[in-house]
Design a protein around this ligand. Sequence first.
Ligand code: FES
Ligand SMILES: [Fe+2]
Length: 372
Amino acid sequence: MPSRLTEFLAQTQLEGAAAPLPEAWTLPPAAYTLPAIFQMEAARLFHGGWICVAREEQLGAPGDYLCADVVGQPVVVVRDKAGELRAMSSICLHRAMPVVEGSGHATRFVCPYHRWTYELDGNLRSAPMMQGVEGFQVRSARLPQLALEVWEGFVFVNCDRSAEPLTPQLSGLHQLVRNYRFGDLVISGTAEFDSPWNWKVLVENFMEAYHHTGTHQNTLESIYPARDSSVPDNDDQPWAFLRMPGLVDAEPPVLPDLSDAQQRDLFAAAVFPTFLFAGTASSGVWYQLEPHAHDAMHLRVHLLLPQSVRDAMSSAELDAALELVRGVHLEDIEANDGVWRGLQAPLTVQGRLGPYEKAIWQLNRYWLRMLA
Ligand code: FES
Ligand SMILES: [Fe+2]
């Protein structure tokens, strides 16, 4: 695996991206298009960082499980018999078959290949016909465990169990979003997309409102004008927050604890590298982004509502609410498709960042810290 960014990117380009915002440049195009850079990101950002893989309410009862792919690492998240959430590699200790896929409810996991059986906490319980294998003890074998934290109802995992805990790093972000009480919201609809872009193209698009003037000029710009948007300092913590003050009051029912300003605001937030969520006075969305390669990603856009609101809505009303969320992303797809084509062109240059792209600059500084 390459170990140095400067094997691929010029030092002056990296310095441009790391400069103070008024002097800052974008990341160079090769940061998006080179498979070798994606390999470095996989090792340091995705397998050493906190990745959101579930909502807590998806794993309500002991035995509920859900599988995720953390950039090539298949993971199962499960509520064990004691009621604890656990995350572990779902790859069999025998000959590397995934022992479980998808989601559902189980009392134990049985590998479909040769029927080795695991407890919900990952301990191997039985391995048929393995008598006489020297030094092999069923009882001392366990699926590799990941670190896990729940923040605002979102379940984060980290392949590196010695990683710095997440929640203290998000204290500044928590101040900004606590009134929305995301822990009380539930997934109320999901739209899925496969896209042939580098994952950073989506994160950058999500984290600036400057493009409301172009991409969303007939939709978001008239309610959340780009020029009113702002991004607070993050003290070099791994998150960003984009505030988009609105011109109109939210439709009721609004979330109970919001300030007067928050009742009109839209916000978007990121926990780097890939966790994206947004909120209005009445709902949230979670962009569950799974990068698969330098040029491939899967996205699930989940609509989040208070349970009581969801229960009171008809399925037609829920469909309509999801369609609004989907419609915004369909506009963004056009922009991201264009950018992705552009980034691969031989004459494309490293660009300049403007004052309304502070969150991209924060992402770039995080990226450089983690990879440089
Ligand atoms: S690979 Fe799982 S039991 Fe053989
Ligand atoms: Fe957008």
